[in-house]
Structure formats: C-alpha cells, structure tokens
Design a protein around this ligand. Structure first.
Ligand SMILES: [Cu+2]
Length: 201
C-alpha cells in the first residue's frame, strides 16, 4: 500500500507545483496587462471631424518610455499616403506628431507606444478632415518621413517567408499554453484524488 501511495502522492505534488506555476503565470500576465498605459485622449479625437490640424497629440495614462523608435504615430490619408511630416516627439505621457493634411476625408492614426512597464502598446483610430475652402492641400508622402518608421514598414512589406510574431501573437500563444497546462493539471489532479479519497476512507 505504501509503495502505491508514494508515487501517487509525488504526482499530486508535482501537479500542484505545475498548477501553481501556471496560475502564477496567468496572474502575472493579467497584472502586467492591467499596468499597461492606455490612450487617454487624442487630438484630433477619434471619430471627430476637424477643419484644421497641425499635429496629432496623444495623451497616455502614464509617462511613456523614450525607447528609440518605440513611440511612433503614423497618419495615413484617404489616399493611403502618409501625412505626418516628422517623427513623433515624446514629452512625459504625450506623443506629438506634426502633420500637414491633404484632401478632405478620413485619416487613420496608427500609434505604437512603449508603456511605462516597458511593453509596447498600440492602437488605431480615425478622424475626418473637412478643411475650409482655400486651405493648403499637402501631397503627403509615400512612406513615413520618419526614418525608423519607414525602415520598419520596409521590413514589413518585404516578402519575408516567416514574419516575426507580434507581441499580441506571442501573448496569445503564451495564454493558450497556460490554459492547456491548467487543463492538463486539472485532469491530473482530479483523477488521482478520486482514487486517493476512496483508498483513504
Ligand atoms: Cu506590460
């Protein structure tokens, strides 16, 4: 009887350790996610219609990290051309990107920022540009005038056979793995315990 119980108990302890690790990982992930800075306000605001804009200003919930090239805002017009005129400047929680807008229509703002915990956060939103008559119409540019953004887009556009997985994909994979591990552990835990209960009583 002893010989049977010992290995079973060892499996139980092992399962508990794995379960604790998995739950810890899941919790850690959730905590890290909740600590990510979020976009608090934007000018022009999402879904707003503006008649003029000299820059796009995004304010986040905390001071961002000034990692090189990590904070980027691109502004793409209805003609799919870029209308930001320089790289994004960071001041505390605020990203400012100068723009010269072109034709009237919907402009897409795509941003990527380095959260105060060091992790990248990103998002996209649109605003409508409805300029008064006589406003200068910028021609925009085919690629971002910001070298680090343009370089990134080049590498994205290149026909790479296996594009590097994004942080989101990695996060989902890790999350999926944690769920699978927890599932396996639950099965392992439930099985021997039933037998064990029967034996003990
Ligand atoms: Cu994080």
């Amino acid at each position: 009887m002893r010989a049977l119980t010992a290995p079973r108990r060892r499996v139980g302890v092992l399962s508990l350790i794995v379960a604790a690790a998995a739950v810890g990982a899941a919790f850690g992930g959730a905590q890290a996610a909740s600590a990510h800075d979020s976009l608090v306000s934007a000018t022009p605001a999402a879904d707003a219609t503006v008649s003029t804009a000299s820059d796009v200003e995004l304010t986040f919930s905390a001071n961002l990290l000034g990692a090189d090239g990590g904070n980027e805002v691109i502004v793409v017009g209805p003609d799919a051309r870029h209308y930001e005129t320089d790289c994004t400047a960071l001041a505390g929680p605020v990203l400012t990107t100068p723009v010269e807008l072109g034709a009237a229509g919907e402009y897409q703002v795509t941003w990527r920022a380095v959260s105060s915990d060091g992790h990248p956060v990103s998002g996209t939103y649109a605003f409508t540009y409805a300029p008064d008559a006589g406003q200068p119409v910028s021609e925009g540019s085919e690629t971002s005038p910001c070298a680090s953004v343009a370089a990134q887009q080049d590498s994205t556009d290149a026909t790479a056979p296996a594009p590097a997985p994004s942080g989101l994909v990695i996060g989902l994979s890790v999350g999926g793995l944690a769920i699978i591990v927890v599932g396996v552990v639950v099965v392992l835990l439930v099985r021997p315990r039933r037998k064990g209960d029967a034996d003990d009583e």
